[in-house]
Design a protein around this ligand. Structure first.
Ligand SMILES: [Zn+2]
Length: 247
């Protein structure tokens, strides 16, 4: 680590849970962020600022005016540009020392798996069940930790599935099937702007904690957030012994 890194990351290095060795490990870590929208925005910003050495961010969508209410990694100049590329521009300005790769194509399962083989952790910042199930399968197959987040209206959820441990439940244990009714979209139902910041910030924090083995993570647990009444509730996720994916 160079002198300027010691200064940049000094407030992390001062934490006994991180110190020099922990920060060095973050600089050597590679995070895969799927989705550069409401959740992917704070995730990308905090991981870049925290000094995650390599970030790969995927999104095939373009920035729209209606995204700016909550997708804080983008700005008015990003409208019409690809979200992954726009996120790369923003976070590279926050931290030009890290390597950021943006992927703007719509990927199939096999293509995501090839990319995921090179990373240490996956952050699911997508907005649909199809992607969530696909990332769950990929993380399970590759024995990678997966930090999953979701937000709609005033309600948010965060879970961590750490497939480095055989006993870990998976996303499919939690939600064995998703019908169309569950697949709520922000475009139809609305989403409270600071809620996605809250959920995404917790996802970024959980990812760093898992990478450095700090404290107690949300591994095997589901955090439920209701921002309208500001309630937080944590439930334990049971491993389903009949799960199609992990059993
Ligand atoms: Zn399972």
């Amino acid at each position: 680590m160079q002198d300027k890194d010691l200064e940049r990351y000094s407030r992390h290095i001062l934490l006994p849970e991180i110190e020099f060795e922990g920060q060095k490990k973050l600089l050597q870590s590679h995070c895969l962020i799927i989705g550069a929208g409401g959740l992917g925005s704070p995730v990308a910003i905090y991981l870049a600022a925290s000094g995650i050495g390599k970030i790969t961010i995927c999104d095939f969508d373009d920035v729209d005016l209606s995204n700016l209410q909550r997708q804080i990694v983008h700005n008015e100049k990003s409208i019409g540009k690809n979200k992954a590329e726009s996120a790369k521009v923003t976070i590279s300005k926050i931290n030009s020392d890290i390597k950021v790769r943006s992927i703007k194509n719509q990927l199939n399962l096999e293509e995501v798996k090839v990319i995921a083989k090179e990373v240490d952790i996956i952050l699911d910042c997508s907005d649909n069940f199809e992607t969530r199930y696909a990332l769950n399968k990929i993380a399970y197959d590759l024995k990678l930790p997966l930090v999953s987040g979701a937000a709609i209206k005033f309600d948010g959820q965060v879970s961590v599935f750490d497939f480095r441990a055989k006993t870990s439940p998976c996303y499919n244990c939690l939600f064995p099937s998703a019908d169309e009714e569950q697949n709520l979209k922000c475009s139809d139902h609305g989403v409270f702007s600071p809620l996605v910041g809250l959920v995404g910030s917790i996802q970024a924090g959980e990812a760093i904690k898992v990478l450095l083995n700090i404290g107690t993570s949300l591994t095997g647990k589901l955090l439920l957030i209701n921002h309208k009444d500001t309630n937080f509730k944590t439930l334990k996720i049971q491993k389903d012994n009949l799960c199609d994916i992990c059993s």
